[in-house]
Design a binder for this molecule. Structure first.
Ligand code: COA
Length: 407
């Protein structure tokens, strides 16, 4: 298993004895060890370099870490929850808004409908609902939570919404922050949570992915507006003994060169009238800032996803000491069924091992992985001990993957 070599000889702190804050845990059981050597066996169907010669990104080849890896506590996923807005828009409804059809959208994307925030609904509201359900499933009280990570690129407040979510949930012993990494956001939040557990002495971390891309979609652009929906999903990540670590391997990347293919830029224009006291600067004081609509080159994003995601999953599997045949469930960011299918084909993962609810919700950005996980767990698909290969990818560009065990 992932850390079998790494944890040999380390002291495993007694998890049940930890208090909610658990800060003193950091002093216990912390050893450093070198990343273990690759095992030299063929891990997957295709080695990373042969996945696709047509590489868009420049830095997505996984490299050994620069420093020894800190090995402390393990982490496990023990609860999940989700929430979606009430208002549903079908593909036929979309055809009333832009020139499109149910057939075009279904065939090109696999999406049939999506949910969109309306009225009093908010990202915060969805995040609270999803987080509450995850805590209930985990049988963790709000005041036992040490950290809330709200993964979102569309907070209700530019300065972040995580603190409001943690306060509304009653997580009075926790602190919170927002993590922004678009459709990779949940993966980034999840990995961050395990690091706070591993090296920070935290016991319970609530990771919530919540987004409302419908707010940033140009509803006259048929190339983008058909893809996105709103929602939230959450998981409770809990500390466990190192030898029971359920977070087996991960791999993350970013590349600003690909930014041009998918973005929603801020625009801050200068004032039209020059104010004398600004020494004639035409850019001061700034006008009210705004975000542009989502701009996307669909073909490039598609190419990026189907080439980078398999490579990332292979790297995570390798770190976990597993192969593709060990994967019980492939859980990708729900962007497009053709992307999911292409990645599964490249990794030789059969379709019955794919978790997907894209048809009902479209691309819900940072919410999509935990939203699909929650449905699969509550629907009885994913069971305790199952190995999940998850991967997020999107604007930034950012992408990554993680191999983890459910409960
Ligand atoms: N309905 C009908 N026709 C549409 C359409 C729609 N909603 N959107 C685009 N078209 C048209 C185009 O105008 C074009 O017409 P033309 O040939 O007359 O010029 C034609 O369909 C093909 O467009 P194209 O953009 O080449 O289609 P595509 O096969 O690349 O599919 C996407 C478009 C967006 C579905 C696809 O590129 C995709 O899913 N990319 C990944 C996007 C993504 O996942 N982004 C989020 C990542 S987190």
């Amino acid at each position: 298993m992932a850390n079998a070599t790494a944890t040999a000889g380390m002291v495993s702190p007694h998890v049940p004895g930890m208090h909610a804050g658990g800060r003193d845990m950091a002093r216990l059981g912390m050893v450093r060890c070198w990343r273990r050597a690759r095992r030299g066996k063929v891990m997957c169907a295709a080695p990373p370099s042969s996945v696709n010669g047509d590489v868009l990104m420049g830095n997505d080849v996984s490299k050994p870490r620069r420093l020894p890896r800190v090995v402390g506590m393990g982490s496990k996923l023990i609860g999940c929850g989700s929430a979606v807005p009430k208002f549903e828009i079908s593909n036929d409804d979309m055809a009333e808004i832009v020139e499109t059809s149910d057939e075009w959208i279904s065939v090109r994307t696999g999406i049939h409908k999506r949910r969109v925030l309306t009225g009093e609904e908010s990202v915060k509201g969805l995040a609270i609902e999803a987080g509450k359900k995850a805590l209930e499933m985990a049988h963790v009280e709000p005041d036992e939570v040490d950290l809330v990570i709200l993964c979102t690129s569309t907070p209700d407040d530019l300065f972040g919404t995580g603190a409001q979510v943690h306060t509304a949930l009653g997580c009075k012993n926790a602190w919170a922050f927002d993590a922004t990494a678009a459709c990779s956001g949940f993966l980034v939040g999840l990995i961050t949570a395990t690091r706070f557990i591993k090296g920070g002495g935290y016991k319970n971390v609530l990771v919530i992915g919540a987004d409302s891309l419908s707010r940033y979609v140009d509803w006259t652009d048929r190339g983008t507006c058909i893809l996105f929906g709103d929602g939230a999903g959450a998981v409770l990540v809990q500390a466990t003994a190192a030898e029971e670590d359920g977070f087996l391997g991960f791999d993350v990347h970013s590349d600003g060169q690909g930014y041009r293919h998918l973005n929603a830029k801020t625009s801050v224009g200068g004032t039209e009238e020059v104010i004398p006291s600004t020494n004639g600067s035409i850019n001061f004081p700034p006008k009210k800032p705004a975000f542009s609509f989502i701009q996307m080159n669909g073909k490039e994003v598609f190419r990026f996803a189907v080439s980078s995601v398999p490579r990332s999953i292979v790297a995570s599997l390798e770190e976990a000491g597993l192969t593709n045949s060990d994967i019980d469930w492939l859980l990708l960011h729900q962007a497009n069924w053709r992307i999911i299918d292409a990645v599964a084909t490249r990794l030789q993962i059969p379709s019955e091992k794919i978790i997907s609810n894209l048809a009902n919700y479209g691309n819900t950005s940072a919410a999509s992985i935990p939203l699909a996980l929650d449905e699969a767990v509550r629907g009885g698909k994913v069971k305790g001990g199952d190995i999940i290969a998850a991967s997020g990818f999107g604007a930034g560009l950012t992408w990554g993957s993680a191999i983890m065990r459910w409960q």
